[in-house]
Design a protein around this ligand. Structure first.
Ligand code: DCP
Ligand code: MG
Ligand code: MN
Length: 330
């Protein structure tokens, strides 16, 4: 999903807005994920600064703000705009990629490929459906809907419906709605559901067990007409569409082994920037953390056996990272 500038009540929001625009440009047009992350990181620190920035020099003192970004802040303060962004607004490739990547499933590479075929906008796509895969066709079908944020109250209703139906199926499933919703956001881009079942562990070798546990859930939610479309369904991951209002919503469901559930909720709660920060901290403390487990790194740098984790807090404790509530993980 498109990244927007953080924090609504941010007194530096105009700087953050242009940094996010530059970040999106680096990702979508130049496909430079490093520059993309650098701009986003700068936007995040500036958003958290709490004081109105009055010069590039002042901004440069903040973590993640270098010389180039400081110069852009000065340019913006003095002229009210950025030449670089003005140029981008007139660049045909950038305009096309910006339009085409609005469709879920169309990434920067696919957008540039379509542009080379003369397809310049989402409007053009309706005449070139043969160029799209199943995922992209669903993205096009629900283009406007998927761009609408989901109010918290609607996700609460969807959560109730998911819980009651999965419970009726088998009360042993554990369910956590992760993502921005768990971080307490007033609205979300999609719904990220994490489920597990005590019968399914990482050492479990029973073939087809995981896939049945997930398929049963997806079937049930289709039968009660919550799920309307499937983008993809694998053994442990469902991507699709659900609907309880007039608007179709993106729904992801992941099934994880019971013993990896806490590392999984930690990962899928995010934010992605917070995950990066926490992983970097883990490395410094001699651990490697991912969505499955936390492992100590030996002196050789080779990960050892996964550590026993019985809560998210355990992970923070092992790596000496001050505990943060989901709402503080932004
Ligand atoms: N995630 C991550 N790195 C990524 C993508 C995702 O660490 N590159 C993790 C952190 C995210 C979580 O997965 O919080 C869910 O991904 P989403 O894209 O759904 O992001 P959010 O739920 O945080 O935001 P949105 O409201 O846009 O859905
Ligand atoms: Mg999400
Ligand atoms: Mn998601």
């Amino acid at each position: 999903s498109k990244r927007k500038a953080p924090a609504e009540d941010n007194i530096n929001h105009d700087f953050c807005d242009f940094l996010i625009e530059l970040a999106n440009y680096e990702k979508n047009v130049n496909r430079n994920i490093h520059k993309h992350n650098a701009y986003r990181k700068a936007a995040n620190t500036i958003a958290a600064y709490g004081k109105r920035i009055t010069s590039g020099e002042e901004a440069r003192k903040l973590e993640g703000v270098g010389k180039k970004i400081a110069e852009k802040i000065d340019e913006f303060i003095h002229t009210g705009k950025l030449r670089k962004l003005e140029n981008i607004k007139h660049d045909d490739t950038a305009i096309a990629v910006e339009s085409l990547t609005r469709v879920t499933g169309i990434g920067p590479a696919k957008a540039q490929e379509l542009f080379k075929l003369g397809i310049k906008s989402t409007k053009d796509l309706h005449n070139h459906k043969d160029k799209l895969n199943h995922h992209q066709l669903i993205g096009l079908k629900y283009l406007e809907d998927f761009e609408k944020k989901i109010p918290r109250a609607e996700i609460e209703l969807i959560e109730d419906k998911i819980r009651s139906n999965i419970n009726a199926l088998d009360p042993e499933y554990l369910i956590t709605i992760c993502g921005s919703y768990r971080r307490g956001k007033a609205e979300s881009g999609d719904i990220d559901v994490l489920i597990t079942h005590p019968n399914f562990t990482s050492s479990c070798s029973e073939k087809g067990l995981a896939s049945n546990l997930l398929k049963k859930v997806v079937n049930k939610l289709e039968n009660v007409s919550l799920i309307t479309d499937t983008i993809s369904l694998g053994d442990v991951k469902f991507m699709g569409v659900c609907k309880i209002s007039e608007i179709a919503r993106r729904l992801d469901i992941r099934l994880t082994p019971h013993d990896q559930y806490n590392c999984a909720t930690l990962y899928f709660t995010g934010s992605d920037m917070f995950n990066k920060e926490m992983r970097a901290h883990a490395i410094q403390e001699g651990f490697t953390l991912n969505e499955y487990c936390l492992r100590p790194l030996g002196s050789t740098g080779i990960p050892g056996e996964p550590l026993p984790v019985s809560s998210e807090r355990d992970v923070f404790d092992y790596i000496n990272f001050p505990y943060k509530d989901p709402c503080q993980r932004n």
